[in-house]
Design a protein around this ligand. Structure first.
Ligand SMILES: NC(=O)c1ccc[n+]([C@@H]2O[C@H](COP(=O)([O-])OP(=O)(O)OC[C@H]3O[C@@H](n4cnc5c(N)ncnc54)[C@H](O)[C@@H]3O)[C@@H](O)[C@H]2O)c1
Length: 341
């Protein structure tokens, strides 16, 4: 078992390698009442049942649970169960579920305790870490939300056994990102014949925890976690979410690396390593040529755009993120040529 301490609005531990069911038992012994939020697929897989002081809210699958309508149903459940200030919510599922659970906890009675038990790789290394919680609004993804840290994040690696390969590979994109922005050892570990998930998750969580500990509310430093995400988000949206987040980030990282080669002399071998690792995990490495003009429209809506100027996170070498400010559309078009099909 490995533990990472996160310092944020409240300090908490990420425990890697525990058993999900026994953790729920322990949480229920520490609170008068506990409400578990999980999609039905995960409830079946994890054999979690209502008993004693544990109630369950069955969430819809995937992104559809991150809506105000579902949140309202969660609030109704909180009321019917009689959740009080000292009670707790536990989110068991992928990133969508822990985003919903955390936001529900932040809003019920002005904030009650919550715990995250992420079951997807993307959830374990990214979504459940760092205290960002939220829902989608009609105007866009993750527009509603709160920075609200959990009491604990409990990672049971056994959940990965049932995760579809495509989702596992998509989660690897975030692991690889942590390697490029901070921890080169991750980039060696992901090339092993047999992957040591406990170590990969531990190292990735440490990268995120370190950044979040210094910049919880994303004033600047936390932006480094968005390596590959500026173009990645635009691609994800342009693909109408047919591409998984991690798949879009894979293309976005290759673009960011190519951009870094031109603007801050990133070594060509490091750029090539991006492609090699993505291909190893069956992640996409290119996007259609004709989509650039649509992507440009989406890029200007990115959170990191300041005064209309396009900004990207790049790396000058492995472990050295840099801010690429005011990148011209000419540069973007030129670099896009190298990642399009
Ligand atoms: N809060 C943050 O900082 C943050 C960061 C990154 C992503 N996110 C959010 O996370 C979400 C993406 O996360 P995701 O990829 O986990 O998606 P997800 O939660 O939609 O899960 C994908 C699918 O996998 C299923 N699943 C999860 N674990 C499983 C398991 N062990 N076995 C079998 N099936 C399993 C889920 O039920 C779902 O159908 C997005 O909504 C994104 O916005 C949040």
């Amino acid at each position: 078992m490995k533990i990472v301490e996160v310092i944020a609005d409240r300090n908490y531990q990420v425990v890697i390698g525990g058993n999900g069911l026994s953790e729920i038992k322990r949480i229920s012994s520490e609170h008068r009442k506990v409400l578990i939020i999980a999609p039905s697929s995960l409830l079946k897989l994890s054999k979690i049942k209502e008993s004693g002081n544990i109630s369950i809210f069955v969430a819809p699958e995937g992104e559809s649970q991150k809506s105000l309508k579902v949140l309202e149903r969660v609030w109704k459940k909180c009321a019917s169960v009689g959740l009080e200030r000292t009670d707790a919510i536990v989110g068991v599922g992928g990133g969508a579920t822990t985003d919903l659970a955390g936001f529900a906890a932040s809003t019920w009675l002005r904030g009650i305790d919550w715990y995250a038990i992420p079951t997807s790789l993307a959830g374990m290394v990214d979504a459940a870490i760092g205290g960002k919680t939220g829902l989608n609004a009609s105007g866009g993804k993750n527009l509603i939300g709160a920075f609200y840290s959990p009491r604990k994040v409990l990672i049971d690696i056994d959940f990965l056994r049932t995760l579809p390969h495509r989702d596992l590979n998509a989660g690897m994109a975030e692991v690889i990102k942590c390697g490029f922005i901070s921890d080169y050892k991750i980039l060696n570990l992901v090339q092993d014949d047999v992957l040591d998930f406990e170590q990969l998750i531990h190292r990735s969580v440490k990268v995120k925890a370190k950044v979040v500990g210094k910049d919880f509310k994303e004033n600047k430093l936390r932006e480094v976690l968005n390596y590959g995400h500026t173009l990645g988000h635009a691609i994800e949206k342009d693909s109408k979410y047919r591409l998984r987040h991690g798949e879009a980030v894979s293309i976005g990282m290759i673009f960011a690396a190519e951009l870094s080669k031109d603007l801050v002399d990133l070594d060509v071998d490091v750029v090539d390593l991006h492609r090699t690792l993505s291909i190893n995990f069956k992640l996409p490495v290119s996007y259609p040529k004709g989509r650039l003009k649509y992507l440009m429209n989406l890029l200007v809506q990115d959170k990191k755009v300041k005064s209309g100027k396009l900004r990207f996170i790049g790396i000058s070498k492995i472990g050295k993120p840099v801010w690429l400010e005011d990148v011209s559309s000419r540069t973007i078009s030129r670099v896009y040529e190298r990642i399009c099909k």
